[in-house]
Design a protein around this ligand. Sequence first.
Ligand code: NI
Length: 397
Amino acid sequence: MSLIEKVSAHADEFISWRRQIHAHPELGFKEFETTRFIMEKLKSWGIDARPNGDKTGVIGTLKGGKPGTKTVALRCDIDALPMQEKTGLEFASQTDGVCHACGHDLHTATLLGTAYMLSQHYRDQLAGTVRFIFQPAEETLGGSVSMIENGALDGVDCILGAHTWPDVEGGCIGIRKGPAMGSNDSFHITVHGKGGHAAHPHRAIDPVVIGAHIVTQLQTIVSRRVAPVDSAVVTVGHLTAGKAFNVIPDECLLEGSVRSLDPTVRKNLAEWIKSIAVHTAEGMGATAEVEYEFGVPPTVSVDEYVDAVSDVVCELLGPDKLKNLPTPSMGSEDFAYYLEKVPGAFFRLGTGDERPESHIGLHNPKHLFSEKAIPTGVITFVGAAYKLTGSDLTALK
Ligand code: NI
């Protein structure tokens, strides 16, 4: 039997794991039952599985039956979102106010299915080692750092990660070279003016007008400073000043989110935002304090690993199942932290189907996912693990 036939025979079981995890979602760093579920499964298959230090999450290691020098890491995230599910599915969340609206339940089932296939059917022919990273707390963007601190990447040569994607049809894999996801940074600007009576503005320094100027000036960064062929987002999402209509306040606070796909653009954005805030305030007689927080870097796939995944999809699933993603997403992924340490690629598990609810968008409580993504993802991960460890792919055919 080929890998496709074997995975098809087990697909219902993999999907049942997804539904069980879906019915019992847990928030970041609180995935206790999910962690227990994963740990039990991996151990029952003879995989060396250990906890993520004192945090939730599991690190599994499988040595192949043939000698090999390469270690390939495969990563999924296991956490849910603080939302009330509204899908009406029979296996909908049984936990009030928590649901898997980003598809991390499908990711977990996919990586479990991969671990099952590799350990129970394809261990003998595997030359090298596969590391399984079941990571907590992706939504709050801290989980991958904890995994790295706890040794998830020790001895690892390269890493692959995947995420559901409604724009790609279920049963297909989406991928692109270069940037896959944006960085996620933030700024907090406090304009210090001088409060006073609304009727006597000349005796005050009005931070509201200055704050409004800064908001407008910040719009020129994307339109006038970033090169037209580069991408960036500067969004002011929070603006507060004063409490009364007839009082000029002392201060105005602006907060915003900054996204980009390129490390140089990212660095420039920080400098330009600081400069505009400080100098606009200074030019209007006030001062501005800027706190800039660098969060998650951009997720950038390395060509060689994109090629490896693409080749495997074409060979094992067929060229019609490979979709070239035309653009990156300006959303962010803490998978980027792994890619800062080892090379690899990030790809998409297509989850769109004929139901309109499968196209609403991730993080929507009504969103539905095509479960075809699970067997497709298992085949891709198993094939890529074989290819990147240098194992013989004919064993899968
Ligand atoms: Ni997600």
